[in-house]
Design a protein around this ligand. Structure first.
Ligand code: SP5
Ligand code: ZN
Length: 344
């Protein structure tokens, strides 16, 4: 399988993220992509290539136009206001406030379009985000050209980004943009399997009322874990999309036995849906030593994820999402893809 990446993905580099009452060094940092790239170069799973450039029209198929205009201009507007540090929101239009007027000020806009304090906009964020989208689309293009699989080494990740808001280290929803690209190339049904530790609230929201994309996710129970407000099992899709959303929340402490049972359930749903291609939102923050997560998968479990997914026998695009245990990140990603490759 070809791995796609882009150097400019490093340019998104925050100074800090706010968690638990303190500013931490960001968990989602540029070296993550370097580490995974190096692992892929050594894994001999196939060629490693720089992604070409795609137009923003692909993003506009799943994101709001005003949101895209905001993301492109946010850093400049922040700098024009005389700010130098990370651009972060400070207030949100929650239940007791008005949400019928889109603010005009940069501070109002940062709040309007975001949902957490851990996702800073920095001078290079937009360039990195655009290239991360290119990386996803380069992989999707491979599938559209008949490839059995491709790996899009995206950074920053995407699955928390919704139609018109960012958060969870995510700005453009790379997996959703790739899935939409495949539909626009003529596929009728695409499934997205999200194995990141966190629920992909953005992907769910984007496709919630549609019947051409099945979203299936295995993740930490939102009762205890980020993103807290979405990811429960009773979210099944709405309208046309009813039955096209499958959430499989699991408790903290879940290990391979229960996790792989949920994977079997998700794969059966994807098979029943009649998907013509699969996009995998690949997070390896399910790893037992991940610094922000609570599942207990061992490095030796990851090949089994890839092998089980190969059993679907679908064209499969792997899109990188989370995973923060940098010492094991490269090995865990390469092991997952190697498990897939040896089973196809
Ligand atoms: C793509 C992805 O995996 N995004 C995850 C975003 C999670 N952000 C909130 C993390 C809260 C971490 N709590 C700190 C635990 C320190 N031990
Ligand atoms: Zn995650």
């Amino acid at each position: 399988m070809i791995t796609f990446h882009a150097e400019e993905q490093r340019l998104h580099a925050a100074h800090s993220e706010f968690n638990r009452g303190r500013l931490d060094v960001p968990y989602e940092r540029p070296e993550r992509a370097d580490i995974i790239l190096s692992a892929m170069q050594h894994a001999a799973l196939g060629a490693v290539q720089i992604a070409g450039e795609f137009t923003l029209e692909h993003a506009a198929r799943v994101h709001d136009a005003g949101y895209l205009a905001f993301l492109q201009s946010a850093w400049q507007r922040w700098a024009d206001a005389g700010r130098h540090g990370d651009a972060l929101p400070t207030a949100w239009a929650v239940r007791c406030l008005r949400s019928d007027r889109i603010p005009q000020s940069i501070d109002g806009l940062l709040s309007w379009y975001s949902f957490d304090t851990a996702t800073a906009i920095t001078p290079g964020t937009w360039t990195a985000v655009r290239r991360s989208m290119d990386v996803a689309l380069a992989g999707a293009q491979q599938l559209a050209g008949g490839a059995r699989s491709a790996f899009s080494l995206c950074r920053p990740p995407g699955h928390h980004a919704a139609t018109d808001c960012y958060g969870g280290y995510c700005f453009l929803n790379n997996a959703a943009i790739a899935a939409q690209f495949l539909l626009d190339k003529g596929l009728r049904r695409v499934a997205i399997l999200d194995v990141d530790y966190h629920h992909g609230n953005g992907t769910q929201e984007i496709f919630y009322r549609r019947d051409d994309v099945l979203y299936a996710s295995i993740h930490a129970d939102p009762a205890t874990d980020y993103p807290y407000f979405l990811g429960y099992a009773d979210e099944r899709g709405e309208g046309l999309g009813e039955g096209c959303n499958l959430n499989l929340p699991l408790p903290r402490g879940t290990g391979w036995a229960a996790w792989s049972a949920a994977l079997t359930t998700a794969l059966a749903a994807i098979n029943d849906f009649g998907a013509e291609a699969l996009v995998v939102s690949l997070g390896v923050d399910t790893f037992e030593h991940d610094p922000i997560s609570g599942f207990c998968l061992a490095s030796t479990d990851f090949p089994g994820i890839g092998a089980a997914i190969a059993g679907l026998q679908l064209p499969t695009l792997w899109v990188m999402e989370g995973g923060y245990a940098v010492e094991a990140l490269g090995a865990n990603v390469a092991a997952t893809l190697a498990g897939f490759q040896s089973a196809v």
